[in-house]
Unconditional design. Structure first.
Length: 62
């Protein structure tokens, strides 16, 4: 178990995620489902873009 604010570290090392929103809401599930641009943009209250290449994915502010 670890606490992270870095989406890319979570994408690299985690198989499940718990997203804690500022309004008290929480979402939990497998990383491949939780690492969705819509959920992450809502979580960070800023647009997040997913970039994929042959070696993996990265998330960046849009």
């Amino acid at each position: 178990m670890m606490t992270l604010h870095d989406i890319n570290l979570a994408a690299r090392f985690c198989d499940h995620l718990l997203l804690l929103f500022g309004n008290g809401e929480a979402m939990v599930g497998p990383a491949n489902i939780m690492l969705h641009e819509e959920y992450l943009s809502r979580l960070y209250e800023h647009p997040i873009r997913r970039i994929s290449n042959g070696r993996g994915v990265a998330f960046v502010p849009a």
